[in-house]
Design a protein around this ligand. Structure first.
Ligand code: PEP
Ligand code: MG
Length: 746
């Protein structure tokens, strides 16, 4: 096959566009296109595979393969060479396809006679739409120019697919944006919601992928890049930035000014693409690279480039965030990821949130929990499929999302929501009743909080107080370090809202997954076991002191409760406590009233602390078990890692034995003990903890009703006997026996 020139590529694109402009059904168009490409590329075969659903590719048109195989031949994502091109988003170019790893022989297509294979992804800004393939008999590698030309053509096909050019009347060659799709993700926040899609980032629509006048397009792209550069320069100049922030923005600026980036887009335009399509082509290539890069720093920088491409597209198309689309009723936010501040801005008007990325411990998840909005994370592919206004069901309990659901699914789902609402009503009726067990034990149920958005739940949930106030959330949702007076005002509002109920303020717990945007990230090999929480507080006590001052001022003579996160040994508690006591003296000397009473506690989140000297248990005013961290260290199973985080059961007899030891040690010294990990909010786990002697449980506000309802139906003494008997038997988990007992008593 002879080498191709740039003008060949332009000619092909023009023929393509003219062909697309002719009337005809989607299938006719696809057939014409495959013929055109095969002819222009002088290859015997050209085939177009499009996604039928997110996992399946279908041969939709071909020149050269057997026509009977069209709409019959299907491949799973990753299957065969075509499936691999789709999966990785990068071309495969081989002279000897049959001996290539993963080659799948499809006898129905008659393709065995073709040796050379070139497949390029049909994708639009990382959205996988299909694969474009050319094949020829002669065993030869396609040239770089040919690969490039086919990529340019694929870019145009992607835009046309997106615009529905291949859909005939009543036919749906690609199921994208049309059919019901289910996404299996993970739970970020429980709860169910029905609503309509609201895309956080509006999709930019490109209607002119092919351009006649390359000169005009070059002028446009240069002007747009110029505008982009000025806006990034302004960003750098306008802000009062610290050194680190400057460094990040400098890297961003460097990309905006990168000659290579502009040069590649200019080449795409020379090959026949419009300025917009050129930006998208390079952006797609960046995204494909992004998924292959193992280095986190480089990945972040490629994200910068991705972000710049979005800005550039908006400049070119004039389509900003505000596309004029109206937020639908009952909006369910769909996004790749979202920051905590942005999510807070949407606030409670959202019915649900679906993210294609995200993590359970992410700040967005924390905010969603505070707002009690059902959240599903890791719903891969959802941003490709969802369109503004599409009906959507969010099942936060199962981590499942139904987009454009069948009526039967929607009906079943509505029934589930109705049942949940009924249950909530029953719990509301329990609000002012105590968590009193059948055998007369009263358990104190408190709530976890951290945002102002949590405060209304103090009244609504029936919580006796705040067992854990995560102060770091106020630091995480800001773009700069909060000031002492700002914090003092905020803590005062929390205490006002608590109306005399106890609030346990936990000092800053950062590090690990909680990284402050304005602090230098520590590149630690194992951050969960790294420089985090009180370790940072003791090594750099400025913030700890500032927080102590803010809390003392907020209390303004009222009782004050402070606890330290992640205490690992006795000495750490003593040092941290000394900081607080010093600040009390200092504030008092400055004329501020001292708290009426002061409780200083420690969170027990590392196994070592369970074995601390007796003096530790005597010295602390109270201990709160941080079950999330304690469990991850007990089982050596990362709480952030989806693969292992559910692997070990809380009702594992060894873990419960360990909790019993902690309870016994606190009993010996009369130290007050509570439990504030997620397990406290799971009714069965909560009942077991209560039966074992944990009299104070702190949980998400929404869990208080269900936990209270179960405790009120349970004989905790009898349950304790079951637990001890099971543990004595040497079973691994006591769950079956506990479930059996609970089922029988109700
Ligand atoms: C815990 O570890 O159980 C806890 C309550 O703290 P956090 O989840 O904030 O780490
Ligand atoms: Mg913790």
């Amino acid at each position: 096959m002879p080498e191709r020139s740039e003008s060949d590529s332009r000619k092909l694109l023009k023929r393509l566009r003219d062909s697309l402009a002719e009337p005809g059904q989607g299938q006719d168009r696809l057939d014409r296109i495959t013929h055109l490409i095969a002819d222009s590329m002088r290859s015997e075969v050209c085939s177009i595979y499009l996604f039928r659903d997110t996992e399946t590719l279908e041969l939709c048109a071909t020149e050269g393969l057997l026509q009977e195989s069209v709409h019959q031949t299907r491949l799973r994502l990753g299957e065969g060479l075509v499936g691999r091109v789709a999966l990785n988003g990068i071309p495969i170019n081989t002279a000897d396809a049959p001996s290539e790893k993963g080659f799948r022989f499809m006898p129905e297509t008659g393709e065995e006679i073709y040796s050379s294979f070139l497949g390029v992804p049909i994708q639009r800004v990382g959205e996988k739409l299909g694969v474009l393939v050319v094949q020829s008999r002669a065993a030869r590698q396609f040239s770089d120019d040919e690969v490039y030309a086919l990529e340019v053509v694929a870019m145009v096909l992607a835009e046309m697919t997106e615009l529905g050019a291949f859909l005939g009347e009543g036919e749906a060659l690609s199921a994208l944006h049309k059919q019901p799709v289910m996404f299996r993700g993970a739970t970020g926040q429980e709860g169910s919601a029905e609503g309509n899609v609201w895309l956080h980032e509006a999709r930019v629509v490109v209607t002119n992928p092919v351009a006649d006048d390359a000169q005009a397009e070059l002028v446009r792209i240069r002007a747009a890049v110029g505008e982009l550069r000025v806006s990034v320069d302004d960003l750098l100049a306008a802000q009062s930035l610290d050194k680190e922030q400057k460094q990040v923005l400098e890297a961003y600026r460097m990309f905006a000014h990168s000659r290579g980036w502009l040069r590649r887009m200019e080449e795409d335009i020379q090959a026949g693409l419009s300025a917009e399509a050129a930006v998208e082509k390079e952006q797609s290539a960046t995204r494909a690279r992004l998924s292959q890069v193992p280095d986190a720093y480089l990945r972040d920088r490629l994200h910068d480039l991705d972000d710049l491409s979005n800005r550039l597209l908006r400049i070119l198309t004039g389509q900003g965030h505000d596309t004029g689309a109206e937020m639908p009723e009952n909006p369910v936010l769909v996004a790749r990821n979202i920051g905590p501040a942005e999510l807070l801005e949407y606030g409670r008007k959202l019915r649900g949130v679906v993210l294609s990325e995200g993590s359970v411990g992410s700040h967005a998840a924390i905010v969603a929990r505070a707002l009690a909005i059902p959240l599903v994370i890791h719903a891969q592919g959802v941003i490709v499929e969802a369109l503004n206004g599409d009906p959507i069901l969010v099942d936060g309990d199962q981590g499942i999302v139904h987009l454009r659901p069948e009526e039967s699914v929607a009906k079943a789902f509505r029934e589930k929501i109705a049942m949940q609402t009924q249950a909530q009503q029953r719990y509301a009726d329990l609000r002012d009743k105590p968590a009193l067990s059948l055998d007369g034990q009263t358990i104190s149920l408190q709530m976890n909080a951290g945002l102002m958005a949590d405060l209304p739940s103090l009244e609504g949930s029936g919580a006796e107080g705040v067992g854990l106030f995560r102060t770091e959330l106020q630091f995480l949702i800001r773009s700069r370090m909060p000031k002492r007076d700002e914090l003092a005002q905020l803590y005062a509002r929390v205490m006002d809202a608590a109306r005399g109920r106890r609030v346990a303020f936990r000092t800053l717990d950062i590090g690990s997954d909680k990284v402050l945007p304005y602090m230098k990230p520590q590149d630690e090999p194992n951050p969960a076991m790294g420089w985090r929480a009180i370790r940072v507080g003791l090594d750099k006590p400025g913030v700890l002191r500032m927080q102590a001052q803010a809390l003392i001022r907020a209390a303004a003579g009222r009782p004050l409760t402070i606890m330290f996160p992640f205490i690992t040994e006795y000495a750490e508690y003593i040092s941290a406590r000394a900081h607080i006591l010093n600040q009390i003296d200092r504030e008092s000397a400055m004329g501020h009233p001292v708290p009426a009473s002061l409780e200083i506690g420690a969170m027990l989140e590392t196994p070592s602390l369970a074995y601390a000297p007796r003096a530790f248990f005597e010295a602390t005013d109270f201990i709160s078990i941080g079950g999330n961290d304690l469990k991850q260290f007990f089982f050596a199973a990362d709480r952030e890692n989806e693969r292992v985080r559910r692997r070990y059961d809380t009702l594992n007899a060894s873990f419960l034995g360990f909790i019993r030891q902690i309870i016994a040690r606190c009993d010996e010294t009369g130290t007050s003990l509570s439990f504030c990990g997620e397990d406290a909010g799971r009714p069965v786990e909560a009942a077991v903890l209560a039966a074992m002697g944990l009299k104070n449980l702190s949980m998400r506000p929404a869990s208080i009703g269900p936990v209270k309802a179960l405790i009120r139906r349970t004989d905790l003494t009898a349950l304790r006997a079951v637990i001890l008997a099971e543990c004595d038997k040497g079973v691994e988990t006591i769950r079956p026996a506990v479930m059996d007992f609970l089922a029988k008593q109700n």
